[in-house]
Structures are given as C-alpha cells and as structure tokens.
Ligand binder design. Structure first.
Ligand SMILES: [Mg+2]
Length: 272
C-alpha cells in the first residue's frame, strides 16, 4: 500500500487567492495587512486569527468594529472550498477510489485551530485518512510516517515549500518526494526528485508511482459532480468516506449543507 501525504497551502489550496479574499473582507489596505501579517507571524511562528485581529485593531486599521470584520473574515473562511486549485478535489477523490491500495493523508503546518478550520471548510476533510496538524516542524514528524506498518511499501509526500522539502528529504530520504513548483515559496536547491507544476502534472506523476489511471478517473469524478449539479440544480458537496463503514470505495455524494465538522480531531486528526 502507498501512503500519499499532501500538503494544503499552495499545494491543494490556492492560498494566494484565498488570502486576497480574506484581505478584501477585512477592508484593510493590502500593504498594511501584509505588514501586520508579517509582524504577527514573526511573533508567534505562524498565523493565528485572534492575535492578528488584536494587532489590526491595535494599529487602528479596521474601519468598523472588530466583530463585524471578523464576521466577514469568517464568511470567506467558510468558502475555502472555492479556493482549491482546479482539479485538486477530483485528484483526491480519484485516489479515494483506490481504498486498500492507497491511503491519502494531509499534513499541514500552522496553528492547528486555524489550519483545521481551513481543512473543514475545504470540503476535503473526509477524504483523508489522517489530517496532521504540525505546529513545530515537518521534518521531525516525517521520519515516523509509515513506520511499524508493513503494509505501507512507499510513502509519497507532495509539498510546494522548497525549504520544507529539503529538510524532509534530509530527515527521511527513504520516502518519495514530489515538489509542487510554481508557488510563492522558494524552490529547493538542486532538486533531483520528482516535480509537478500543476494538479494535472501531479496526477501524471502519481499515475507513474501508483499505476492508476488517475487522469481518466478525475474526468469521471468531474462528470459525476456535473451530473449531480444538473440533477439537483444547486451546489453539491462531494465527499468520500474513508472510514470502515464505507466498504464500496465509491464516492459518497451529499447534497446541501454539510452537518457539523467533517473532521473529528479526536480520531482523524492529530495535533502535534
Ligand atoms: Mg504549502
């Protein structure tokens, strides 16, 4: 069995577009936002909305009260799914069809509560076997992936961040690494491992690693979503269950709003 571990920001999620929507929602000028963002991240090590809003308010950057700006910010957060890269959902769903042959996880760096909110609102939460929130450093964690599980013959990590990739390769050279290029993060130096520029590219690379016909399956998944939209005449949430209660391995399609959180942090996610 292969264990595929995706990163979220700039790998599956277009975090540039997402962040721009968040900036617009708060009504803070972009430059002032970026400066405040940089300062609060430097203080805490990662982004945390509470501290960030305190700082925006302290700098008198909010044009109305904090609660109203936070409401609009959270309104964008609830639409995270719209900011996934084209075909990201289809790729994860196509991989989800191969239950038993492949295990799909998410490993994301950042403040656990904030990252968890993004994952929950991305509509992807249920598609992952494990969602790993890393607040310290991915390299410390990567060595343990697949350890003690004889059925896992290959661990494949997909990530856009060059520095993280270099550190992970050094910490656990036994794994397979696919660098998702084209994002804002610096490229890894002298990259000799696999590389993909888009989700389409990534599907092609993963086809070679897994032997699955992922691009064809992604088209089928896409057609399935389109048909559901036509039938229901509304937005459709497509989610796949990877729990023990779903033995079919087929996509489970739910219409309308999702009920509650797609992730149970107690069983599916781990806070590190
Ligand atoms: Mg990333």
């Amino acid at each position: 069995m292969k264990k595929i571990v995706f990163d979220l920001d700039y790998t599956l999620l277009d975090t540039i577009a997402f962040k721009e929507a968040l900036i617009a929602a708060t009504g803070v000028p972009k430059e002032a936002w970026e400066e405040t963002y940089k300062d609060t991240v430097a203080k805490k090590g990662f982004f945390e909305p509470g501290a960030f809003f305190d700082e925006l308010a302290g700098r008198n950057l909010l044009t109305d009260d904090v609660a109203a700006a936070k409401d609009r910010f959270e309104g964008v957060l609830r639409t995270t799914e719209q900011y996934l890269y084209p075909e990201a959902k289809e790729l994860v769903l196509a991989l989800g069809r191969h239950k038993g042959e492949v295990e799909v996880d998410l490993m994301t760096f950042g403040e656990a509560k904030w990252q968890r909110s993004k994952v929950e609102h991305s509509g992807l939460g249920r598609m992952f076997q494990d969602v790993l929130y890393v607040e310290t450093n991915k390299k410390e964690f990567v060595q343990g992936l697949g350890k003690g599980r004889d059925e896992v013959d290959e661990v494949i990590l997909v990530n856009d961040n060059g520095k993280e990739m270099e550190e992970m390769v050094e910490a656990a050279p036994e794994h397979t690494y696919i660098w998702k290029s084209g994002g804002p993060k610096a490229a890894p130096k002298d990259w000799k491992h696999l590389k993909a520029e888009s989700i389409g590219d990534l599907a092609e690379v993963l086809e070679k690693q897994t032997g699955f016909e992922l691009r064809r399956e992604m088209r089928e998944v896409r057609e399935g979503i389109e048909n559901m939209k036509v039938e229901s005449g509304e937005n459709v949430r497509v989610e796949i269950e990877m729990g023990d209660d779903d033995e079919s391995g087929e996509s489970k399609v739910e219409s309308g709003k999702s009920e509650g959180s797609p992730i149970d942090p107690g069983t599916k996610g781990r806070r590190l």
